[in-house]
Design a protein around this ligand. Structure first.
Ligand code: ADP
Ligand code: MG
Length: 595
């Protein structure tokens, strides 16, 4: 065994850089956040060769004094917090004091800065852990940080950099994220000497959203601002009739910080669920504001994840606020029980309706109570992916013992399955219950490496951006492990050739988009490990039968039997209940019987 020894600073910083500076875009994120924290009203980004050769951010913020230039580049040195209490209430984007030190460990840096009370700027150069003496330099008040030759001294990492176009696409995405959150700051992006984006500062949020996400979205989007207690959410929600093209135009911020959060994503999906055809992808830019004490932002080195103290309250608020905005300002009632079929949507009649709607399926009629006995049994197969014979057995037989969840008697408003069991009435949330079943099956299959792939007869193609195409090229193996086979068709299009067999009836493009989105946000390896179950939950949600799908009695019974056989089927993946029992005694009480 080797002896235990302390690592040299440079190596420590290089190790930390592995987490914080994954690629040029992650360095850009740190630099932009520093400029925002410094109170800049104007920020310009210059990139050369996708940011690999050069990445320079110039701001007109508060600057760094001559004496502090070296500290700024030192590890664990920050001007933003000083105590644990500060950390718990942190309002700045940065606070860990490790970004510049990490970047300096894997690239060459030139840092120029000038505070308002200095007569000229000072400049330092950093390379391989050593820092030059400060030299006088010319710069207006503010800071300019130039990062050159990323990973010049760590060839193993340099190998992982992609093409210039891909790295630029990542940088552009980071730029958009930051620009979207701060309309009051002017932003300019140049690549290889050409201006790619120029966004003048403006008090008009909608104008900034239009400039970043496109005018079409901004014009059809619903601007809203909701507050409840110390929670506030504002922003723009894409109207249900706006279908976005290729981009994942989904931006969520918590206290100005772009985050990826499953809880928020779920609340948003739920709010959209009833108004949006599930094939469409809602576009939105949502800004949640919450007392910093109520949210932990120090969960992940890049701070992309957060943890809410009262996650339930946050979920309810976000769902409610968005639901209200989408319903045109009318609060639609009880949280979690909103299934307004009357909302002005064209969900079930668009021409984009796809093959997994079975040909024999007809849209729900005016009659809300659907007794489905006349439905063909073959339909069952398209829903639950099981043998038709199993469905027949799911019908009650004479003399048969009543199973725990009973036998189905009807479907209510396309949402609930009603069943009769020994104790009385069972009410099942059809989507939630099926979601749980699909989820458990996916998990079991993935665990036992028996996740079957279903090749698609006709590959499903969809528009994708450069990042998605790059993800497919980089992570074909990981995708295969999850049951997907995808291939680039062009720089802006992808084909899905196979999906997990269990999800063969779901929208393949939507599934693929979700997997790619998660993969590029959290990385392939984390997606297969710690974030796996969350991904499976998302997939299960898409794979599960939707509200308003008319079920035949055998299908309902099959669902009930599947629920009985599935672990934890009493809860959906999001912790909501999937069914309720109303006993005869309870029902009798309603009617004051037997008193
Ligand atoms: P953190 O942002 O977590 O504090 P960084 O390593 O990113 O850590 O930056 C270290 C310090 O350098 C910051 O706390 C800040 O004082 C200073 N700094 C960095 N960039 C700028 C900038 N653009 N303008 C003013 N000060 C800056
Ligand atoms: Mg920082």
């Amino acid at each position: 065994m080797s002896r235990i020894q302390l690592l040299p600073d440079l190596l420590i910083n290089q190790i930390a850089a592995g987490e914080v500076v994954e690629r040029p875009a992650s360095a850009l994120k740190e630099l932009l956040e520093n400029s925002v924290d410094a109170g800049a009203s104007d920020i310009t980004v210059h990139l050369a060769q996708g940011g690999v050769k050069q990445l320079r951010v110039v701001d007109n913020g508060g600057g760094i004094g001559r004496d502090e230039l070296a500290l700024a580049l030192a590890r664990h040195a920050t001007s933003k917090i000083g105590t644990l209490e500060d950390l718990e209430r942190v309002a700045s984007l940065g606070f860990r004091g490790e970004a510049l030190a990490s970047i300096a460990a894997v690239a060459r840096i030139t840092l120029l800065s000038r505070t308002p009370d200095e007569r000229h700027a000072w400049q330092v150069e950093a390379e391989s852990g050593s820092l030059s003496e400060a030299q006088p330099a010319a710069l207006g008040a503010g800071t300019s940080i130039e990062v050159r030759d990323l990973y010049y001294n760590t060839p193993a990492r340099r190998k992982f950099l992609k093409t210039e176009a891909t790295e630029f696409a990542h940088c552009d995405e980071i730029f958009r994220r930051v620009a979207l959150s701060r309309p009051d700051i002017g932003f300019t992006l140049q690549h290889n000497g050409r201006v790619q984006r120029h966004l003048p500062a403006s008090a008009d949020t909608a104008a900034r959203i239009g400039a970043v996400l496109g005018d079409e979205f901004a014009q059809s989007g619903i601007l809203f601002d909701e507050q409840s207690g110390d929670l506030r959410m504002w922003g723009m929600a894409g109207s249900p009739t706006y279908s976005r093209g290729s981009r994942d135009a989904q931006y969520v911020y918590v206290n100005g910080r772009f985050v990826r959060d499953k809880l928020l994503a779920h609340a948003i999906r739920e709010a959209y669920r009833d108004v949006l055809h599930h094939e469409r992808h809602p576009a939105f830019a949502l800004f949640l504001e919450i007392d910093p004490l109520g949210v932990d932002v120090n969960v992940h080195p890049t701070k992309i994840e957060v943890r809410f103290r009262d996650s339930r309250a946050v979920h309810q608020f976000v769902f409610h606020a968005l639901n209200k905005a989408l319903a045109g300002g009318q609060d639609s009632g009880v949280v979690g029980a909103v299934r307004t079929n009357e909302l002005p949507h064209t969900a079930h009649s668009t021409s984009t309706e796809r093959s997994y709607i079975h040909p024999t399926y007809s849209a729900p009629t005016q009659s809300r109570m659907a007794f489905g006995a006349a439905q063909p049994l073959a339909f069952y197969d398209t829903l639950f992916g099981q043998e038709v014979s199993a469905a027949r057995e799911a019908m009650p037989q004479a003399g048969q013992e009543i199973p725990p969840l009973g036998f189905a008697i009807a479907q209510l408003h396309g949402v609930y399955v009603l069943a009769q069991n020994e104790h009385g009435l069972v009410v099942v949330d059809m989507h939630a219950a099926h979601e749980r079943i699909v989820y458990e099956r996916l998990k079991t299959a993935l665990d036992s490496h028996t996740l079957a792939m279903q090749p698609l007869l006709i590959p499903v193609t969809f528009q994708a951006d450069a990042l998605d195409v790059a993800t497919v090229e980089e992570h074909a193996d990981a995708l295969r492990e999850l049951g997907f086979e995808m291939a680039p068709l062009s720089p802006t299009a992808l084909a899905v050739r196979a999906v997990p067999a269990m999800l063969k009836d779901a929208d393949a493009a939507q599934l693929a988009r979700d997997v790619l989105k998660d993969m590029r946000e959290v990385g392939a390896s984390r997606l297969l490990t710690e974030r796996r179950n969350e991904l499976l939950a998302t997939l299960a949600c898409h794979g599960a039968v939707r509200a308003n799908r008319r079920l035949a009695l055998p299908e309902m019974n099959a669902l009930l039997r599947d629920m009985e056989a599935t672990e934890r089927s009493g809860q959906c993946n999001h912790g909501r209940p999937t069914w309720f029992q109303f006993s005869m005694a309870e029902l009798d009480k309603f009617f004051m019987r037997g008193k």
